[in-house]
Write a protein that binds this ligand. Structure first.
Ligand SMILES: [Fe+2]
Ligand SMILES: [Fe+2]
Length: 133
């Protein structure tokens, strides 16, 4: 089963944000490889922690950037970030409850969680910036 891959289609046209998205993808892949083959539960916990911490860091940066460029949908975007933070926390908690998680379900969750957001929400920044040119 594959990992999550960065493609140019994910570029929002802002270098620092693209770099942070790439880092997020690499943390997602680290989590996926720790889930693979029944690795030590503490490694899974660690990679979840790392992913969540970087998510908070990235969302904060992105929200500041949106304020700086006067992105009109900044408030709605911040609400979506808040929901994504809750979703990843809920997913992590369900892992604790069930004690097992399949690689497929982690990949499916992370793809939907991160990639959909980047493609459909973060991409609106690209559209907005293009209009300012
Ligand atoms: Fe975002
Ligand atoms: Fe983002």
């Amino acid at each position: 089963m594959g990992k999550i891959e960065w493609t140019p289609a994910l570029s929002v046209g802002v270098e620092i944000i693209d770099q942070e998205h790439q880092k997020l993808i690499s943390l997602c892949n680290k989590l996926i490889s720790n889930v693979k083959g029944d690795k030590d539960a503490s490694m899974i916990t660690e990679s979840f922690k790392e992913l969540r911490a970087y998510t908070v860091y990235h969302f904060d940066n992105e929200e500041s950037y949106q304020k700086k460029i006067s992105f009109p949908e900044a408030n709605a975007h911040a609400q979506e970030h808040a929901k994504l933070k809750q979703d990843v926390k809920a997913f992590q908690q369900s892992l604790y409850r069930e004690g097992f998680i399949s690689e497929e379900s982690v990949i499916a969750f992370l793809k939907k969680w991160l990639i959909n957001h980047v493609l459909y929400q973060d991409m609106k920044m690209k559209t907005f910036l293009k209009l300012q040119e």
